[in-house]
Ligand binder design. Structure first.
Ligand SMILES: Nc1ncnc2c1ncn2[C@@H]1O[C@H](COP(=O)(O)OP(=O)(O)O)[C@@H](O)[C@H]1O
Ligand SMILES: [Mg+2]
Length: 296
């Protein structure tokens, strides 16, 4: 049976088993090899133009996976994450699902350096990011769209995009080109105040802003929250295009079924630990995952 076979590929991590070694280590060490096969980031025929602007550190990291391994982190001395792991590969989509409060946003923050990692590692290719400040991670090519307050409502669409590249003015022209190619709606609404956009348009703007610096890895925290089913589909299509262009996408999603359907790698996080790991379709075919975490 196909269902039986796919379930074999889902690994379940029990809370009582203790440490949960993952393929993360292999991924991290394979970083350099992966770089050679990665195409230049491009969509709509426009090349990313990144080659000219890349600094040496970033060039070395092109094509590398971003990996959190056995991470413990939290707030005010309380560990929300208790050994969580995730891997984001260039050109692929990783989706993290799980109940409210599971630590999904905290895991993205740990990848970005927005919470302190008390134990475990965050690695980008062969570079250890664990103690690196957020701005350095951004400079290395990691983009992040937080769950809330991800646009400046009083500024125009265009101003929001320009702010996305203010650290790298030379990236503005190509960045705007890419943003408008991916989201034509934003081109039409350039002068509109972001606060007057629909929920879906706002998410598009937040994603476009994060893409202004041509990141190699893009982390998205619930980009489809509170959107209509049609808009959920549209945003996920855009996410798929971004990955197809070579960017590694790490995405937290409450629309778990739709997101897992396009996930190369899926993670079910619960109480700060990985519970199930597999490809998105494998997780969707797993009865335990469906019953325990996807509402039957
Ligand atoms: N800034 C913060 N300070 C203190 N506790 C926080 C903070 N952010 C999140 N938490 C707590 O951490 C837990 C996990 O939060 P979060 O990572 O946002 O979960 P998820 O994204 O899976 O819903 C929750 O119990 C939440 O209340
Ligand atoms: Mg969250």
């Amino acid at each position: 049976m196909a269902a039986h076979m796919t379930q074999d590929h889902v690994s379940e991590q029990g809370r009582t088993k203790g440490g949960t070694p993952s393929p993360a280590a292999a991924a991290a060490s394979a970083a350099t090899g992966a770089a050679a096969t990665m195409p230049a980031t491009s969509w709509s025929g426009a090349t990313a133009g990144a080659a000219a602007g890349l600094d040496a550190t970033k060039a070395a990291a092109v094509g590398s996976p971003l990996v959190a391994r056995d991470v413990w982190a939290g707030y005010g001395g309380v560990d929300i994450l208790q050994g969580a792991s995730v891997e984001v590969y260039p050109g692929q989509i990783s989706v993290i699902v799980g109940p409210n409060g599971a630590g999904k946003s905290t895991l993205l923050k740990a990848l970005m350096g927005l919470v302190q990692v008390r134990q475990g590692q965050v690695q980008y290719g062969s570079t250890d990011l664990t103690a690196l400040p957020t701005f350095r991670r951004v400079r290395l090519g990691i983009g992040y769209v937080p769950q809330t307050q991800n646009v400046f409502p009083s500024l125009s669409v265009r101003e929001n995009l320009l702010l996305g590249a203010f650290t790298q003015p030379r990236a503005i022209t190509s960045g705007l080109e890419r943003a408008f190619a991916l989201f034509p709606e934003l081109a039409r609404r350039q002068q509109q105040r972001a606060g007057t956009l629909s929920g879906g348009e706002r998410q598009m703007l937040a994603i476009a802003r994060a893409l202004m610096l041509s990141p190699r890895i893009l982390l998205l925290d619930e980009p489809t929250a509170a959107l209509s089913p049609a808009m959920v589909g549209l945003i996920l299509d855009k996410v798929a295009s971004i990955a197809q262009a070579g960017v590694g996408v790490g995405m937290v999603e409450q629309n778990a079924r739709a997101a897992l359907a396009i996930a190369d790698h899926g993670y079910v996080l619960s109480l700060g630990q990985n519970r199930f790991t597999g490809s998105g379709p494998q997780l969707l075919a797993n009865q335990d995952v469906v019953q325990l975490f996807l509402g039957g």
